[in-house]
Design a binder for this molecule. Structure first.
Ligand SMILES: [Cu+2]
Length: 83
């Protein structure tokens, strides 16, 4: 697990805005992209890439996303939503 992190770890959007995220697993182990406030919970095999389209929620200004397998190892990030 050489790359247990998100790059970038901070994503910005406006409340209600449609965001298009290109999520790529550049590692040799399975990872996951979870954003409970949407909600999103997607597993990524090694080398897998997906385009994830979501609408930025308006309920909080900062929302955590994470890999559910490596959250405790620090594989997490923040979606910053402007009002
Ligand atoms: Cu992971």
């Amino acid at each position: 697990m050489a790359r247990t992190r998100f790059v970038p770890a901070k994503v910005r959007g406006s409340a209600g805005q449609q965001l298009t995220l290109r999520v790529v697993n550049n590692d040799r182990v399975r990872h996951n992209f979870s954003l409970p406030s949407v909600p999103i919970d997607l597993d990524f095999k090694p080398g897998e890439r997906r385009t994830v389209i979501l609408v930025a929620p308006a309920d909080r200004s900062e929302q955590e996303f994470f890999c559910k397998f490596h959250r405790d190892a620090g594989m997490r990030g923040t979606l910053v939503v402007a009002p």
